[in-house]
Design a protein around this ligand. Structure first.
Ligand code: UDX
Length: 444
């Protein structure tokens, strides 16, 4: 099929590359010229395992190309995918301006019967707005043509996105017309071992499904984080409780890991957008608000533990931070707990020595320049370098190389052997036996 993907961000790029890999002819459009140039050279602007070879191979074989102008892409495209950002607006709702701009542009250029599929995460009712926006432009041009707007949300995890696209748990097609449904079924058939994984529903239901999935996962995390707080006061190790409840098949082990809060480009903003939707339609979003509030508290927790141990005046203190990305496997620091922690440490006078296996380039621009130039935050080239003369190590992201480090080497490097384990990666008894002072999340 001939496809156009609008937006060469993380979702758009993965979508374009994976469709091309399955033999489709794909054009990927983005208005960032520099990004398009580097993509055409096969350079990937994000850290996503497996994506670069996909893009390079498909570029070389001519199934994938990148362009700055939508008009270059159009002629015989059958499905246009909108994969532009929907950032959090001022009032917490999803900002639809990029999506609607693309819709307007589509209304100006399309000439053939086609399908427009929303991949961006958008509030319920957006497919209708996109349709009306395109139709208004067509009317203005005096152009009559048949087009269909469908909702086709993505469920891609950063760091595992190619895999998620190639072997999805499910594909949601929110569409009304049999033609659109059949076209998308055919497009997704090679990605699903059986058609059962393709779920067809109305566009509004598809839009809601996306928010519901993310909000449910965020709820599980915030719930566990609240239990962790209870456990800590009650002399209970939350990790035992996690193992105990996860064994119940109705509960399961996924997304019940307590920690220092969820981050990333999806959970925080999607929970808030759904809260806003609730308020707009007169439903008190009591649970969603609690999920968001617990997460904000959770992101401050590591600092509070440090302050409880070392006091609030941290001048003359140095802390090693392991992990800056919001989760392992990505260089993304959007809404990362590390930001909240480091900001508070610096404001309390501390020096921070930080290391992340992938996010060092991101970190260069994530903090105010003077923090780096004055040495409040030092980004070091190796995980052990962060420990030099440190009062404590704070583990924020559970990257694999942090799991089984050389503890005796660590102890020799640090000023005092204190570990704040923001992801409960270590065995407290084991660390204490090795002479460390251990602070976890929800562990006595
Ligand atoms: C998420 C959804 O998983 C994906 O389906 C959707 O399309 C986009 O949002 P992503 O943001 O890449 O993907 O991250 P995910 O792996 O879901 O993790 C989100 C956050 O939750 C991370 O900060 C992670 O550290 C945290 N988390 C996850 C926990 O704190 N505990 C857990 O048990 C699981």
């Amino acid at each position: 099929m001939k496809l156009t993907v609008i937006g060469a961000g993380y979702v758009g790029l993965v979508t374009a590359a994976c469709f091309a890999e399955m033999g489709n002819e794909v054009v990927c459009v983005d208005n960032n010229g520099a990004r398009i140039d580097s993509l055409n050279r096969g350079e990937i602007p994000i850290h996503e395992p497996g994506l670069e070879p996909l893009v390079r191979n498909n570029l070389a074989e001519g199934r994938l190309r990148f362009t700055e102008r939508l008009a270059d892409a159009v002629d015989d495209t059958l499905v246009y995918f909108i994969a532009v950002g929907t950032p959090q607006g001022e009032d917490g709702s999803a900002d639809l301006s990029h999506v609607l701009e693309v819709a307007k542009e589509l209304g100006r250029v399309i000439r053939h019967r086609c399908i427009v599929a929303d991949k961006s995460t958008v509030p319920v009712g957006t497919a209708e707005k996109v349709k009306a926006t395109i139709q208004a432009e067509l009317n203005r041009r005096g152009q009559k043509l048949d087009f269909e707007v469908v909702s086709n949300p993505e469920f891609l995890k950063e760091g595992d996105a190619v895999n998620d696209f190639m072997r999805p748990d499910r594909v949601i097609i929110g569409a009304e017309s049999p033609w659109a449904i059949e076209t998308l079924r055919e497009l997704y058939a090679p990605f699903t071992r059986s058609h059962e994984r393709i779920l067809v529903m109305r566009p509004r239901e598809a839009e809601m499904t996306k928010y519901a999935a993310n909000a449910m996962l965020a709820t599980r995390i915030s719930f566990m984080n609240e239990l962790a707080a209870l456990c800590e006061r009650l002399e209970v190790d939350v990790e035992r409780v996690r193992i105990g409840i996860g064994a119940d098949q109705r509960i399961g082990y996924a997304f019940i890991y307590p920690g220092c809060g969820y981050g990333g480009s999806c959970f925080p903003k999607d929970v808030r957008a759904l809260i806003r939707t609730g308020e707009q339609v007169g439903v008190e979003p009591a649970i969603l608000k609690a999920v968001d509030r617990r997460n904000e508290m959770q992101k401050r927790l590591l600092f509070e533990k440090v302050a409880a141990r070392f006091g609030t005046d941290l001048s003359n203190r140095t802390f090693a931070v392991w992990g800056l990305a919001f989760k392992p496997g990505t260089d993304d620091m959007r809404e990362a707990p590390s930001r909240v922690l480091i900001e508070r440490l610096v404001r309390s006078g501390a020096k921070v020595q930080a290391y992340d296996p992938a996010a060092m380039p991101t970190a260069q621009t994530a903090f105010p320049g003077e923090w780096l130039s004055l040495g409040s935050v030092k980004l070091v080239p190796h995980q052990y370098d962060a420990l030099a003369n440190a009062d404590a190590l704070i583990l924020v992201t559970e990257w694999k190389p942090f799991r089984h480090p050389d503890f005796s080497r660590m102890k020799a490097l640090m000023k005092t052997p204190v570990i704040f384990d923001g992801r409960n990666q270590y065995d407290p008894d084991d660390l204490r036996a090795q002479g460390f002072e251990y602070h976890g999340i929800g562990r006595p």
